[in-house]
Design a protein around this ligand. Structure first.
Ligand code: HEM
Length: 319
């Protein structure tokens, strides 16, 4: 995958025929060789996008990959042409274990059935005797036992207090906490290049024909940092999700779970867990860094398929 980014062809602005297939012939004359390492894997498409625009093609060996950058291009593909862009790319590194089974790597009718089945199971699980919310609340309480006792941040104190465990319906009354959690997910940008897709049929996109089976990389990172959608895309700022008067503001460029037909199947569960764990911990503890917050290095340890956050040391002070 890394060496795959080596040969780069493209040019929206090159003025060649607007047919994807023609590019390969013509563009062998305009090859760029770009050395990259795993630490520059994500900055690489960002740099190319600055030069060639939001949609371009790179070659992984001899395989063309269409890269989509920024909110508009990703939304046009994954949402407006959801069916066409809903295929999953063949990934040799995981194929050995999955053999095309499982929702994430399946395609066609098998994927449709597995996805429907998994969603039903998750929903039924939520409606069971002991709901998902109760299970997460219980887990969060176990987590607390690892630390132990007392108070938290003002919104948590006002809405939840100290006498009961946080519940998911508290979220709508806690816009600041909700904004902080959204900003953590936006800023940490866990899966920067999404899980690769393919187009399920010959597809017309922005005037180009993308042949069936072509791999598509929606660069979620560039959506989560799209300057046209966020006030301060490069810095951590919960105000990215708040109105002037402090109400929570939805943003359709918030895509850590991707979007369209392949959107993360566990989104609702993951968001519930994040809210309940986060509020349960802050209800009981104040988390203090061991150095000035501006000196904390947030650069990920690994920056490839997933961004692995660095290790932090912090003080967990009972409230
Ligand atoms: C913060 C946590 C999570 C993040 C950031 C995340 C993110 C993602 C992303 C980016 C994708 C790829 C979507 C695409 O192909 O465009 C995905 C797919 C998927 N996720 Fe998650 N995920 C999270 C948690 C979970 C959990 C808890 C579950 C299980 C309950 C889950 C199950 C899945 C499945 C089954 C798919 C494949 C969907 C498909 O191909 O149709 N995820 N996730």
């Amino acid at each position: 995958m890394v060496s795959g980014f080596g040969r780069v062809f493209w040019g929206r602005g090159l003025g060649v025929g607007r047919n994807f297939r023609l590019f390969f012939v013509f563009l062998t004359f305009s090859v760029e060789l770009v050395p990259i390492s795993h630490s520059t894997l994500i900055t690489f498409p960002v740099q190319l996008s600055a030069k060639y625009g939001p949609v371009f093609t790179v070659y992984f060996g001899s395989k063309p990959i269409v890269v989509l950058c920024g909110h508009e291009a990703v939304k046009e593909a994954l949402v407006d042409q959801a069916e066409e862009f809903s295929g999953r790319a063949h990934m040799p590194t995981v194929e050995k274990n999955f053999h095309g089974f499982g929702v994430v790597f399946a395609n066609g009718e098998r994927w449709r059935q597995l996805r429907r089945f998994s969603l039903t199971v998750l929903r039924n699980f939520g409606m069971g005797k002991k709901s998902i919310e109760e299970r997460i609340q219980e887990e969060a309480q176990f987590l607390l036992e690892a630390f132990r006792e007392t108070k938290g941040d003002s919104e948590i104190d006002q809405v939840i207090g100290q006498s009961r465990v946080p519940a998911i319906e508290d979220r709508s009354q806690m816009p600041y906490t909700d904004a902080v959690i959204h900003e953590i997910q936006r800023f940490s940008d866990l899966i920067p290049m999404d899980v690769p897709h393919i187009v399920t049929r010959d597809t017309q996109f922005r005037g180009y024909t993308i042949p069936q089976g072509t791999e598509i990389y929606p660069i979620l990172s560039t959506v989560l940092r799209d300057p046209s959608k966020f006030k301060t895309p490069e810095s951590f700022n919960p105000r990215n999700f708040l109105e002037e008067m402090g109400q929570f503001r939805k943003n359709d460029a918030f895509v850590p779970f991707s979007s369209g037909k392949r959107i993360c199947l566990g989104e609702a569960l993951a968001r519930m867990e994040l809210f309940l764990f986060f509020t349960t911990i802050l209800q009981r503890f104040t988390l203090k860094p061991l150095m000035a917050p501006e000196d904390i290095d947030t650069k990920p340890l690994e920056n490839g398929f997933a961004k692995i956050p660095p290790f932090y040391q912090l003080c967990v002070v009972p409230r």
